[in-house]
Design a protein around this ligand. Structure first.
Ligand code: S3P
Length: 429
């Protein structure tokens, strides 16, 4: 049988402006905190895609009322007490959902829940949250001693602790801070390297206990807190595909509006500028503590760079699209510090190397690095490896010459309508 695929013709100049769907990280967290809040709150312009719909369904099963109001969500929260779900909670492909939910459920005394997910999520490491949560008193069992889903959690009394993150991970940090809301005493997370801080910003938005002192983040048990409306900015990670597409295709100029410009997310802008990209951006407002603005990208000849390893945690989801830019740059690009990419929705180091080769690009793959010889790509076939960001990044890499993308539906995990938006900008030329 023929595999599902999409053939993209070579794209002329991309011109125009667009808004991208809501931020995935903020949507997950917004749904979770509104489900815990007291009373009714609206999540405006959330992401409604595979991953975040898994979160909405999980919290409905935990007793929150989540209703669609046009593009928005109306959430009636539980006032801290979740209900025991009647069935297994299916986290689908969403690592953020599974890890944060483990933290939240750990302290829900009297609630038993089983968490599972798709084949990719069941392969991903969960020990990084289970192990510190157990030290706080959590009762969690699962496959491979609790290192892989399915996982069973029985809510238990928790005590706060100080914990230094062994790997830079906003998901682990957030899981522990959420558990800390139900723990006795103080929970402190120390981050040797900064990671996305959406959880901290939302704790402030909802008036939850939070102290940040340098790289130490503390919380403690919370009182019930009132719901507050929340506007979700556009997802910078989704915007990145169009920005790079505009850089690559001669004659292009694209503006992405209403996009989140949180500095813990925008490391890619710095790397692309160093590569010679014509990029401008401006923060116009803050929404729920998140800086929001516009970014403009114009076609630019790019040159290879050696990426600063400290920037990788600030662009961890943008490495595939950076690799697409590197493929078109003059000279070599070296991307270090990629250990974490091996345990994303796919092994992204291997997936990037595979797709670059499929498009005729020379690439060397190390255990946690990539060296990409730029100079352009030739038409070829993109294999997403069940990974939304790989599908979108390599569709962009092949855009100037035309490309076939297998299983393009994977994009819907974070961006339903991605290919229509992409074709729309090309067609507008
Ligand atoms: C996310 C954190 C990152 C990122 C993921 C979303 C979050 O994962 O890759 O797409 O919302 O906290 P890690 O915490 O594993 O780095």
């Amino acid at each position: 049988m023929d595999r599902a695929h999409l053939d993209l013709a070579p794209c002329g100049p991309l011109r125009g402006s667009l808004r991208v769907p809501g931020d995935k990280s903020v949507t997950h967290r917004g749904l979770m905190l509104l489900s815990l809040a007291q009373g009714e709150g609206r999540l405006f312009y959330p992401l409604k895609a595979g991953d975040t719909l898994s979160t909405a369904r999980a919290f409905q099963a935990l007793g929150a009322e989540i209703l669609e109001e046009g593009p928005h969500f109306l959430v009636r929260g539980r006032g801290l007490r979740l209900r025991e779900p009647e069935d297994v909670l299916d986290c689908g492909n969403a690592g953020t959902l599974m890890r944060l939910l483990l933290g939240l459920l750990a302290g829900q005394e009297g609630v038993f829940a089983v968490l599972t997910g798709d084949a990719s999520l069941r392969r991903r490491p969960m020990g990084r949250v289970v192990e510190p949560l157990r030290r706080m008193g959590a009762q969690i069992e699962g496959r491979e001693g609790g290192r892989r889903a399915p996982l069973a959690v029985r809510g238990a009394p928790l005590r706060g602790m100080a914990y230094t993150l062994p790997v830079p991970s906003a998901q682990v940090k957030s899981a522990l801070l959420l558990a800390g809301l139900f723990a006795e005493g103080t929970t402190e997370v120390v981050e040797p390297v900064p990671t996305r801080d959406h959880t901290e910003r939302l704790f402030r938005h909802f008036g939850l206990p939070l102290e940040v002192e340098g790289n130490r983040i503390r919380t403690r048990r919370t009182e019930p807190f009132p719901a507050r409306d929340l506007l979700v900015p556009g997802d910078f990670s989704s915007a990145a595909f169009f920005l790079v597409a505009a850089l690559l295709v001669p004659g292009s100029e694209v503006v992405v509006e209403g996009v989140g410009l949180n500095p813990t997310r925008t490391g890619l802008l710095r790397v692309l500028r160093e590569m010679g990209a014509h990029l401008e951006w401006q923060v116009l407002e803050g929404e729920a503590g998140e800086p929001v603005g516009w970014v403009r990208a114009r076609h630019s000849p790019l040159k290879g760079v050696s990426v600063d390893p400290a920037l990788i945690p600030l662009m961890v989801d943008e490495v595939p699209i950076l690799a697409a830019a590197a493929a078109w740059a003059e000279g070599e690009t070296y991307i270090p510090n990629l250990g974490e990419l091996r345990v994303k929705e796919s092994d992204r180091v291997a997936a990037i190397a595979h797709n670059l080769r499929a498009l005729g690009v020379e690439v060397e793959e190390g255990p946690d690095w990539l060296r990409i010889r730029g100079g352009g790509v030739r038409p070829g076939e993109v294999e997403p490896f069940h990974d939304h960001r790989i599908a979108m990044a390599f569709a962009v890499a092949g855009l100037p010459v035309g490309v076939r993308v297998f299983e393009p539906q994977w994009a819907e995990i974070s961006y339903p309508g991605f290919f229509q938006d992409l074709k729309g900008l090309c067609a507008a030329s």
